[in-house]
Design a protein around this ligand. Structure first.
Ligand SMILES: [Zn+2]
Length: 309
């Protein structure tokens, strides 16, 4: 079955207008999140990677400035102190186990209901591409729902998630669905990325599968590199944000194509079934989410089957 997950927001995240939905152009700004690497790997505030967007850093800086009017250095220190406020996972990839129960797949419709983002994800409220009269969230939601329908028909449990994930969301697999944007309408193609820090150790295998199945199903150009913004997507940042995935959830982000590209739109807007098929084929092929073997057609027992015991 498919369900829509409702959010219970934390403090102060409610009263925001809808202006967030008509974002500008440029690389998909939603995928921005602060670096999860060691503090020394962190970019200085003001660089491209930490500009406005989903990283919530703008919120922290703004709040800090409001509280004490401190210097830039103070703000950087304050920001760093907030990065690891949630404990790191206490398991290794060798100890990882999938959740109990039926296979559950989360499809996140990027930017959907972003205006509801809580204060820690303040930057989310203004993200998303807009082109050809379409806001990115509309496209992402349509693709997530079509994919979810196909998966549900196959017997999967499916959650369609909005831009803000419920705290510690846990599933077998999480796929964030987005569309890119660029000022140049010739920019086109899709890309897939695993978290920069993947606690499960299994996301890259799914990324590799999805690259193949998605490229085959859609015929879209495969872009070679996942961006830093994708790898540092806020939902992956379990140590910084309350509204992030349980680190045991295998996660990836898919930029389905460029909403600003007329040729990409022929697929991601006009032919969502191809997008959905591309995703579904990867889910079926991924060992952790593969369909159970009993769905195979019945036949005579194998010689070394139960009858031979
Ligand atoms: Zn996006």
């Amino acid at each position: 079955m498919r369900s829509i997950v409702l959010l219970i927001l934390g403090s102060g995240g409610l009263a925001v207008g809808l202006t967030a939905l008509a974002g500008g152009s440029g690389e998909d700004p939603d995928a921005v999140a602060p670096a999860m690497e060691t503090p020394t790997a962190e970019p200085a505030p003001g660089t491209d990677d930490d500009g406005r967007g989903a990283d919530g850093r703008g919120a922290d800086t703004r709040q800090e400035a409001r509280l004490d009017g401190g210097t830039d250095d103070d703000r950087v220190r304050s920001w760093r102190s907030r990065r690891n406020r949630y404990p790191a996972p206490d398991f290794t990839p060798d100890e990882w186990e999938p959740p109990a129960g039926p296979v559950r797949i989360a499809l996140q419709a990027g930017h959907w209901r972003a205006s509801e983002a809580p204060e820690e994800l303040y930057g989310l409220r203004t993200g998303g591409t807009y082109a050809a009269g379409l806001a990115e969230w509309e496209v992402n939601l349509a693709l997530a729902e079509r994919t979810g329908d196909m998966l549900a028909e196959l017997g999967y449990e499916v959650d369609i998630l909005p831009a803000v994930v419920p705290p510690d969301y846990h599933a077998h697999l999480f796929i964030a669905i987005h569309a890119d944007g660029a000022a140049d309408p010739a920019a086109r193609g899709f890309r897939v990325a695993a978290p920069g820090r993947d606690y499960t150790g299994r996301a890259q295998e799914m990324v590799d599968l999805l690259r193949d199945t998605y490229g085959e199903a859609t015929g879209l150009r495969r872009l070679p590199d996942a961006t830093r913004r994708m790898r540092n997507y806020y939902a992956f940042n379990v140590r910084r944000y309350e509204h992030s995935l349980d680190p045991r959830t295998i996660a990836l982000i898919l930029e389905t194509g460029f909403l600003t590209s007329p040729s990409d739109r022929e697929v991601i807007v006009d032919d969502p079934d191809r997008v959905a098929r591309g995703i579904v084929e990867a889910v079926k092929a991924f060992p952790i989410t593969a369909l159970p073997a009993e769905s195979a057609p019945p036949g005579p027992p194998a010689p070394d089957g139960p009858a031979a015991r």
